[in-house]
Design a protein around this ligand. Structure first.
Ligand code: GDG
Length: 503
């Protein structure tokens, strides 16, 4: 794969489009502004890719970004897209986080459908597409990310047919029986099909999408290929009818499991400061025999309630005691203006209070609950201090936390308890795989993790570390961008009337 990423006089050769920029503008108490790294998995994954490739990043700069113009941040040219307070409420908190997020995570919470939210989603997607079109050089590669921007590939193809367009969905793509609830399902599918390559986390997500295309559009699909009729043959978008047998454009819909920058996590874990901090954390927790650890955005998809229920019952059954076992739960603040998230926070804090009230003793809290974000060094120190890592998501596109834990454990110790409903379970088969809905099974797995002999811990951790080291985030972006370059080469040679080689 060879991509030139410098800016030319007419724009950038490589452009990332995502709802958030890699940095957020935040107002400090004294009224001044600072730029902070944005939270969440997408930025964690893409930042090392951008550092290496350079290019432009189109995205929203956060609530306090009024009047911010383009600027250079390291190797990345930052292109802020403004959103009004209304748009944040309707497009972001509404349609993205209260319609699509619950629908795509198997309706763990009920999705809400509002036509005005959809209208704002269309308007904002148009603005992102226009901003991307304006900064892209002729024939540039544009990589669009995630569920907030599913219309952008289609809009961008209309504006700029010369571009090579990729899309990556960081969250699951639901089964057709759920996706078909969405009143705007055809528009979403058509928007995504504007891309040359559509990447998903798991094979099942890609298969769910292809099925939706067949059911809603009637287009032909074969393996990971979808044959999209050229614009003039597409027929009525709402009925899906189109002229069969006409010329088509091939779109690839395939899984590309995302990963982390393994080396940078390992390096941080090996640093003497971080190791000293890990030892200090253990001491501050009263040097318990076992530290169980969970870190998640405070989100109902992450299964924090199920985790607390299992742990609370283990304390109740007397299988663990607060004197020798403690659970550290970091819940980073997330989407606090969406009602479901407020309720979740209340419920979790009530449960933590009950567990501590019932089972804690002086100097030994059963649960150390922390509702804030931490610097990366502190996160890595916590990973190192943790004997057992609990990832109990009810549904999760991938879950980078699981891979980060593995990357930091250069001592080949520690046990990962991992939900089979997280994409990471496809890669990390040596974890203790659990079904978080099965509380009895989860309790047994936590006990198995606590009591696992050192030899077995080492064997499992070594194998998982090899897997994540060999499949790091550089490999993920390389694989995706290579497929994108290949499929655009095939498109061009088809356009020139040459035969296309196998891909
Ligand atoms: C979405 C998908 C997919 C969390 N708290 C702190 C902190 N974090 C970092 C973690 C990790 C990231 O945020 C969270 O990533 P996840 O993958 O676990 O989850 P989502 O945010 O839901 O991400 C997910 C991902 O996109 C990538 O495609 O895997 O399935 O839902 O990197 O370490 N980092 C710091 N302080 C915190 O307090 N520094």
């Amino acid at each position: 794969m060879t991509l030139t990423t410098e800016a030319t006089s007419e724009g950038f050769e490589f452009v990332v489009v995502a709802n958030r920029l890699p940095v957020d503008r935040a107002r400090q108490e004294d009224g001044s502004f600072i730029w902070r790294t944005s939270p969440g998995g997408l930025v964690t994954a893409l930042s090392p890719v951008m550092e290496q490739m350079g290019g432009a990043w189109v995205g929203w700069a956060g609530e306090d970004s009024e009047g911010v113009t383009e600027f250079q941040h390291g190797s990345t040219h930052i292109v802020p897209v403004p959103l009004s307070a209304d748009e944040v409420e309707l497009y972001y908190e509404g349609f993205s986080n209260d319609t699509l997020w619950p629908l795509y995570h198997d309706v763990i919470a009920p999705p809400t459908y509002h036509r005005e939210w959809w209208d704002a989603y269309v308007t904002v997607n148009e603005r992102f597409a226009a901003a991307a079109a304006a900064v892209s050089a002729h024939g540039a590669t544009v990589w669009v990310h995630d569920y907030q921007l599913q219309l952008v590939p289609g809009l961008l193809r209309e504006l700029r047919p010369d571009l090579i367009i990729g899309f990556f969905n960081h969250i699951p793509f639901p089964a057709y029986g759920l996706f078909s609830q969405l009143p705007w399902r055809n528009q979403i599918v058509k928007g995504l099909l504007g891309a040359d390559v559509i990447g998903f986390q798991r094979t099942a997500d890609a298969a769910n999408f292809s099925r939706a295309v067949r059911r809603l559009m009637g287009y032909e699909t074969k393996g990971t290929s979808i044959y999209v009729p050229l614009e003039s043959d597409q027929g009525d978008m709402n009925t899906g009818g189109y002229r069969k047998g006409g010329p088509t454009r091939r779109v690839l819909a395939k899984h590309f499991p995302i990963s982390i920058d393994f080396q940078s996590f390992e390096e941080l874990a090996r640093s003497p400061e971080v190791q000293a901090r890990a030892a200090q954390i253990r001491e501050e927790l009263g040097s318990p025999t076992t530290i169980l650890f969970g870190v998640d955005r405070l989100d109902y998809t992450k299964g924090i309630r199920h985790r607390l229920k299992a742990y609370g019952e283990l304390l109740e059954d007397g299988r663990v005691k607060a004197e020798d076992t403690t659970l550290v739960q970091v819940a980073s603040p997330s989407r606090e203006r969406v009602e479901t998230y407020r309720q979740l926070r209340d419920e979790i804090e009530l449960t933590v209070g009950r567990i501590n009230g019932d089972y804690g003793t002086i100097g030994h809290a059963a649960v150390n609950y922390l509702h804030h974000g931490y610097p990366r060094e502190e996160m890595v120190a916590l990973y190192l201090a943790a004997d057992v890592m609990l990832v109990t998501a009810l549904r999760d596109g991938m879950n980078l936390v699981a891979k980060e834990y593995v990357a930091t454990r250069f001592d080949n110790d520690g046990v990962l308890v991992l939900s089979e409903f997280a994409g990471a379970s496809d890669d990390l088969k040596q974890a203790l795989l659990i079904n978080p809905h099965d509380i009895a099974g989860l309790k047994d797995s936590i006990m198995e993790a606590i009591n696992m002999p050192a030899r077995e811990r080492g064997r499992r951790m070594r194998s998982m570390r090899k897997r994540v080291r060999d499949n790091d985030v550089a490999r993920w972006s390389h694989d995706f961008l290579t497929e994108l370059a290949r499929s655009s080469a095939a498109r061009h040679s088809e356009a020139l009337g040459h035969s296309v080689g196998t891909i």
